[in-house]
Ligand binder design. Structure first.
Ligand code: GDP
Length: 196
């Protein structure tokens, strides 16, 4: 895969509208504001690719980008706004669960979480679904430029300890889109998932 050649493929409002389930796919998930769009844009060196949706309650779409022949990265809608209506949250939950459980081409999940407050209920839910589906998860502790080097290291060790019970399916790293930190490690994981 060549991430800087990423191109928008299509959007889906529900799992039934996803493109053909062939090849390899890696999905990015995170609470709103976790830094998901920034991470995708920085990975692809395309600052217009993933757009942030700052409007609470807006219809949320699953966005697909091609990064090679039959290789895709997928931007999953996040939530986290208290104002989102209950009905929308329920729909979101249903669609995310269905996508994670049913999607054959999905090889792994990149879970983004602000390093200053990682492992929120959202993250726990995603980790739970992934574990049920035997799906590997790579956690990005985002915006690590906001922490000192020492505090970052401590956070990383702590989070690793907190997910240790999930075994080898879960890995963790520090990431900063702003300072371009952690790209090599992320790309190594994506390459492995998208070519195995
Ligand atoms: P999304 O809602 O998960 O797509 O999050 P965004 O990518 O839109 O980022 C949310 C906010 O965090 C924005 O104000 C970004 O500028 C900021 N942000 C994202 N990544 C970083 C980072 O690596 N470092 C810092 N300091 N801020 C970041």
């Amino acid at each position: 895969p060549v991430y800087r050649k990423a191109e928008f493929l299509t959007s889906a409002a529900k799992v039934s509208q996803c493109p053909d389930d062939n090849g390899w796919e890696v999905a990015f998930a995170g609470r709103s504001n976790a830094g998901k769009s920034s991470a995708i844009n920085s990975l692809t060196q395309n600052h217009k690719l993933a757009r942030t949706s700052k409007t609470p309650g807006r219809t949320q779409l699953i966005n697909f980008f091609t990064v090679g022949e039959q290789q895709r990265i997928v931007d999953l809608p996040g939530y986290g706004y208290a104002k989102v209506p209950q009905k929308l949250k329920q729909d979101w939950t249903k669609q995310m669960e269905a996508y994670l459980q049913q999607r054959q081409s999905l090889r792994g999940l990149v879970l983004l979480s602000d390093c200053r407050h990682p492992l929120q209920p959202f993250d726990q839910q995603m980790l739970g679904w992934a574990a049920e589906a035997d799906m590997p998860v790579h956690m990005l502790l985002t915006k690590c430029d906001k922490l000192s080097k020492g505090a970052g290291k401590q956070t990383l060790l702590k989070v690793r300890g907190q997910v240790a019970h999930l075994g080898e399916l879960v890995s963790c790293q520090l990431f900063s889109a702003l300072k371009h930190q952690g790209h090599g490690e992320l790309i190594a994981t994506l390459d492995k998932w998208l070519t195995d």
